[in-house]
Design a protein around this ligand. Structure first.
Ligand code: ADP
Ligand code: GLC
Length: 532
């Protein structure tokens, strides 16, 4: 009010109460039970963060044998008869369990938490390998059946039909493997007039869309009316992810920049029109990291713990990495690390194209990864030619990934696209300077070591723009030069270590998103036709 004197403004703080939701979080990966990449990490750490905000959350995953084995104590809690006729007996694939299409649900807890995990037990998951591939890295040819089953089970739980007294307010699906839930729940609502829970769908990677043929659509017993190009049909095939994008009350992705990028042709993979059409329901929420699991001061998987105050101890981890990889111990040569799925997305081929120039620089490189066989063998060749400068370990190794984060000086992520990226966040926390391409979450989380940013102490890494091998060479050259100036490098490390990329803020944003999804579901309108 104009003219009034400021009153004694001692406000009594009313504690902000969060709403409490029942959430079914559906994912194909869950660390430490089943993980191939960041989806596994997020499916672990986000539910834990939500639990800390007093949410009633259950994570639903397939009962892969390796997941069940790691889970330890499990109990059988339900048997579900699915409303399906023959699925997946078609096409000569195994019938779920006898004649009735029934599956069991077993329950365990996520380690070091009170988050319940429900696993769907079925013959169709009972295989070795990874969630998606066999031991020879070949994709299972019935992944559509495997994950459609997960979606059907999620719908039964969502509709309160499994004989347990728990029905979610929100079903939160992740990536294409959970994309049909939105469509099937909408069908419950439209065709069967059942009130459904609100739906949220998170895109961790638009490049994987779960595209399958019309035959499979029929075999999966999907509602026939969904076969049209406004709904599931996608260029004469159909797409799981499209189901999540068209039908979910809210759609989000894992960084603000990626939410923007996928609305354009290059990263929308034929669905950018749909995504921009739904832009009012689309947002970006940056992933957080598990601050307990990725903490250099307490990490039990590294050689010597350290913090900002004891930064010199990081050097012992560098020596341990050099020893592990049989590289000569060079204290003053910058040691670069890569831990990644070796796939097109990660831009490793761009590094390989210019490897000779890179290895001419005063650098050492260690790589931990697996994936594309050609990339693996090209990397091996460089190891044969320059064993003192580059070493690789093929395969998946959780504890080595921690040691690399702790021991290398800089972490290289030359991704062509990166929805969020977690390794640059782990690197920042470990005083390991990230060298990243400015794309998606990488650009949102790393601040380039320009003169200005170095002077005002905001720089946390090296950021380059173009997706080109020569640009990567320039970025590595700049890193090795900056590394020679110990004060500058130390400042970069410390500024990075002071960044806060926990789930604290992001988990609250998910709560807000859930609230919006419920509102949208309540003022229900049939989704408008999509302009593609
Ligand atoms: P993406 O999900 O695209 O693979 P992210 O950066 O989000 O990329 O997450 C990758 C996660 O997977 C990190 O936790 C990383 O340490 C882990 N990871 C990737 N490859 C390996 C590997 N070969 N061994 C151990 N951990 C790996
Ligand atoms: C995806 C993305 C990665 C992201 C992760 C977790 O696999 O490739 O950028 O960090 O999901 O959201």
């Amino acid at each position: 009010m104009i003219g009034t004197k400021k009153m004694n403004s001692k406000k009594t703080k009313t504690p902000q109460k969060n709403p409490k939701y029942k959430i079914l979080f559906v994912s194909s990966e869950l660390h430490p039970f089943a993980k191939t990449g960041g989806l596994g990490d997020v499916s672990n750490s986000l539910p834990k963060a939500l639990k800390n905000l007093y949410q009633d959350i259950i994570v639903l995953i397939p009962a892969y044998p390796f997941a069940v084995q790691k889970a330890g104590t499990i109990k059988h809690i339900a048997k579900i008869n699915l409303p399906l006729k023959g699925f997946p007996g078609h096409l000569g694939l195994p019938i779920i369990e006898g004649k009735k299409n029934s599956v069991s649900i077993i329950e365990t807890l996520l380690p070091e938490s009170k988050v319940k995990v429900w696993m769907v037990e079925s013959e169709i998951y009972n295989r070795p390998g990874t969630p998606y591939f066999d031991d020879n890295n070949r994709e299972w040819d019935d992944n559509d059946f495997r994950f459609a089953l997960l979606n059907y089970v999620a719908v039964e739980i969502a509709m309160g039909r499994i004989g347990l007294e728990w029905q979610p307010d929100i079903v939160h699906g992740n990536d294409w493997q959970a994309g049909l839930i939105g469509a099937l729940l909408e069908d419950e609502h439209l065709s069967k007039k059942n009130m459904r829970p609100a739906t949220v769908f998170t895109i961790h990677n638009m490049a994987h869309m779960g595209v399958y043929s019309k035959d499979r659509f029929d075999a999966l017993e999907l509602p026939k009316h969904l076969w049209n190009h406004h709904e599931l049909e996608f260029h004469d095939d159909f797409s799981f992810i499209k189901g999540g994008l068209v039908f979910s009350d809210r759609v989000n992705t894992v960084s603000p920049s990626y939410a923007e990028e996928i609305q354009h042709e290059e990263f929308g993979y034929g669905l950018s029109g749909l995504l921009s059409y739904r832009s009012e329901r689309l947002s970006g929420i940056l992933n957080g990291i598990d601050m307990k699991e990725w903490n250099p001061a307490k990490d039990t998987m590294i050689t010597k713990n350290y913090s900002i105050k004891t930064l010199d101890n990081k050097q012992k981890n560098k020596s341990a990495v050099q020893k592990h990889f049989n590289l000569p111990k060079k204290k003053n040569t910058i040691l670069l690390g890569i831990v990644a799925r070796l796939v097109y997305q990660k831009g490793i081929d761009l590094v390989l194209e210019h490897m000779e120039e890179i290895l001419e620089l005063p650098v050492q490189i260690v790589v931990l990864g697996s994936g594309d066989l050609e990339l693996e063998s090209r990397l091996r060749q460089w190891v044969n030619n320059y064993p003192e400068k580059i070493q690789i370990q093929l395969g998946y190794d959780e504890s080595l990934s921690h040691l690399i984060e702790a021991g290398v000086d800089a972490f290289l992520m030359p991704s062509r696209f990166e929805p969020c990226g977690l390794n640059q966040l782990y690197s920042l926390r470990y005083g390991t300077v990230p060298i990243v391409r400015e794309t998606g979450g990488l650009g949102d989380t790393v601040i380039h070591a320009s003169k200005k940013n170095l002077n005002n102490h905001t720089a946390t890494g090296i950021v380059f723009h173009e997706s080109k091998g020569s640009t990567i060479v320039d970025a590595i050259t700049l890193s090795s030069l900056l590394y020679q100036n110990k004060d500058v490098w130390k400042k970069l490390m410390i500024t990075g270590m002071k960044q806060e990329y926990s789930w604290k803020e992001s988990a609250k944003k998910y709560l807000k998103l859930y609230g919006q999804a419920i509102k949208d579901r309540n003022k229900y309108k049939k989704h408008a036709p999509v302009a593609l």
